[in-house]
Design a protein around this ligand. Structure first.
Ligand code: CP
Length: 326
């Protein structure tokens, strides 16, 4: 077990080694058990986390805030628009100043080409850990929660389990591609054979794809790219289907929105789920465009594990905070 994570940032999924992620998972399962039994676990008494949001959130805010309180500390909710960032506070100043007030700085900033650079700039200036609550490249805490959920449903030996990470149609807005990118980076390390399915215009970032292929080579797992949602679902153990934008294909948001409209058949419905294994699970990080991206029958059906994923956000985040912010 790798136990010395004190002071470490978690910005990209590969910032923690596989052994360090395994340690996080062990602590997360222990904290989940303690909460179920009502055992106090005030590991971060008197510690304070800054949660700086440049973008809206339901689960991330709620789970970090509840998690810090359960650990005996406090989480300060800070929206960028109510700060002086628009009037000149730089990421260096945020890192320097918040690093002196707080014991950790968590940030959500998903603006294309901006968010990840912002987090790294804050981290360079900060004396305390910087935690990525989602940028345009990575969503590492979502994927830790997903990994916990997969282990709970499929066991610890995940070798040769087929995981489909699929694009899905959604009309609401061009969603970040950080969830599929983090999935293809982290899941091969835990033995799953990943099939990434998307229409041609919804490619992921080339350097992330190269890193994902490298992880698959290193851990001896399969990694394929497909352009047919139904074909990809065949024989899957885990179906993870969500929408993301065409930002790699075009920086033009209007063109991206036009392209999305071509692929309304990429919905997760019972017919497609029937192509997966009978005991396949359906995953989604939420929020979803119901009956556009996924039908109610799948989302609310017996194979859906979306609420367990949402719950496990809190346990996984508590584990990382307890290990890095002590
Ligand atoms: N899955 C997730 O990050 O949810 P929120 O956007 O509501 O935080």
């Amino acid at each position: 077990m790798q136990t010395d994570l004190r002071g470490r940032d978690l910005i990209g999924d590969l910032d923690f080694s596989k052994e360090e992620v395994e340690s996080v998972l062990e602590v997360a399962f222990d904290l989940k058990r303690k909460r179920a039994l009502g055992e106090p676990h005030a590991l971060l008494r008197d510690r304070v986390l800054a949660m700086l949001f440049f973008f809206s959130s339901t689960r991330t805010r709620g789970s970090f805030e509840a998690g810090m309180a359960q650990l005996g500390g406090h989480a300060a909710f800070i929206e960028s628009k109510t700060t002086q960032i628009a009037h000149g506070d730089t990421p260096k100043e945020i890192g320097e100043i918040f690093g002196r007030y707080f014991d950790g700085i968590a940030i959500r900033h998903v603006d294309w080409g901006v968010g990840n650079g912002y987090l790294n700039a804050v981290a360079r200036a900060s004396r305390v850990p910087v935690l990525n609550m989602q940028c345009e490249v990575y969503h590492p805490f979502q994927i830790l929660a997903d990994l916990m959920t997969i282990i709970e449903k499929k066991g610890r030996d995940l070798r040769r389990k087929k995981m489909v990470v699929s694009w899905a149609y959604a009309a609401s807005y061009q969603k970040p591609m950080s969830v599929p990118q983090s999935l293809v980076l982290q899941m091969p390390r835990f033995g799953m054979d990943v099939v990434l399915a998307h229409p041609p215009e919804f490619r992921l970032m080339p350097d992330v794809m190269e890193q994902a292929r490298e992880q698959a080579r290193r851990f001896g797992t399969g990694f394929e790219v497909a352009d047919d949602m139904s074909a990809a679902f065949k024989g899957a153990d885990i179906v993870y289907a969500k929408s993301w934008g065409a930002m790699v294909h075009t920086p033009d948001a209007e063109e991206g929105a036009r392209i999305i409209k071509k692929y309304s058949s990429w919905i997760t419905d019972e017919k497609k789920m029937a192509l997966a294994k009978p005991d396949a699970i359906y995953m989604h990080p939420l929020p979803a465009d119901r009956n556009i991206e996924v039908t109610d029958a799948v989302m609310d059906g017996p194979r859906s594990v979306v609420y367990d994923e949402a719950e496990n956000r809190m346990h996984a985040q508590k584990a990382v905070m307890a290990l890095t912010m002590r």
